[in-house]
Design a protein around this ligand. Structure first.
Ligand SMILES: C[S@@+](CC[C@H](N)C(=O)[O-])C[C@H]1O[C@@H](n2cnc3c(N)ncnc32)[C@H](O)[C@@H]1O
Length: 226
């Protein structure tokens, strides 16, 4: 990993451990009392269902699981969920939040250890509201590495952001000080699938605002590919 990816990771550890990211964030402030009233919804469950990725036997890894908001939506419909995030302190909180909601099939995984800790028979890699906060190198690294943990036919269902302004495709995480925001164009997503050896099945796009697109990527590991 390059220097900017390492500093991006360290930056997120500080945001979580020293600055109470979820407690103080204007959108996530509901996490303070572990209440999902303010920001619950079913975005993750809907996205996974839309791509046919939910079933009782499935094993799912979540990149950037946060305090468990999205895991809560679908953990009851799959066999097991491994939640990857940057801070042990946050992950302990995530686990107790999910346990308090009756979820007993969740395993926390530190981002620095995910390659060693995750099994090699995952069916799904899921992520929402995370890729826009990582450097492009980190994103490629996650796709390349987690592809090796998928079974043949396993899929990525991952959300990317595209903000519509000139030069957006040139920018990388370090250019924004707080909560880096990285855009991925459709062409860049196609290149990501090529670079990481995944079959580009589909990208579904929603328009969140006049200048903001929300891309849901559906990539697959083909049977027999190395
Ligand atoms: C905006 S929050 C979204 C959390 C959660 N997905 C949700 O939608 O509620 C971004 C999350 O990504 C995590 N994160 C940042 N860098 C990461 C990395 N390199 N690997 C895994 N998670 C990371 C942050 O700690 C944070 O929990």
């Amino acid at each position: 990993m390059g220097d900017s990816s390492n500093s991006n990771l360290e930056y997120w550890v500080r945001l979580q451990d020293d600055e109470g990211y979820f407690d103080n964030h204007p959108i996530y402030h509901g996490a303070r009392e572990f209440s999902l009233n303010d920001y619950g919804g079913d975005d993750a469950g809907q996205a996974l269902a839309a791509f046919g990725a939910l079933a009782p036997g499935k094993k799912v890894a979540v990149i950037g699981c946060g305090y468990g908001r999205e895991t809560l939506q679908f953990a009851g419909e799959v066999a097991h969920v491994w939640g990857i995030d940057v801070s042990a302190k946050l992950l302990a909180r995530t686990q107790s939040f999910l346990a308090s909601r009756g979820i007993d099939n969740f395993s926390p995984v530190l981002a620095s250890e995910y390659d060693e800790r995750l099994p090699h028979d995952l069916d799904v890699v899921f992520s929402v509201v995370v890729m826009q906060h990582l450097t492009r190198d980190l994103v490629r690294d996650y796709f390349r590495t987690l592809r090796k943990h998928l079974v043949d036919g396993g899929v990525f269902v991952v959300q990317f952001l595209e903000e519509l302004y000139d030069g957006v495709d040139q920018r990388d995480a370090e250019l924004r000080v707080y909560e880096p925001s990285i855009s991925w164009t459709l062409a860049q997503l196609a290149q990501l699938s090529i670079d990481t050896g995944l079959r580009f099945r589909e990208v579904r796009t929603q328009m969140l605002g006049p200048r903001t697109l929300w891309h849901w990527v559906h990539f697959a590991k083909e049977a027999g590919s190395a």
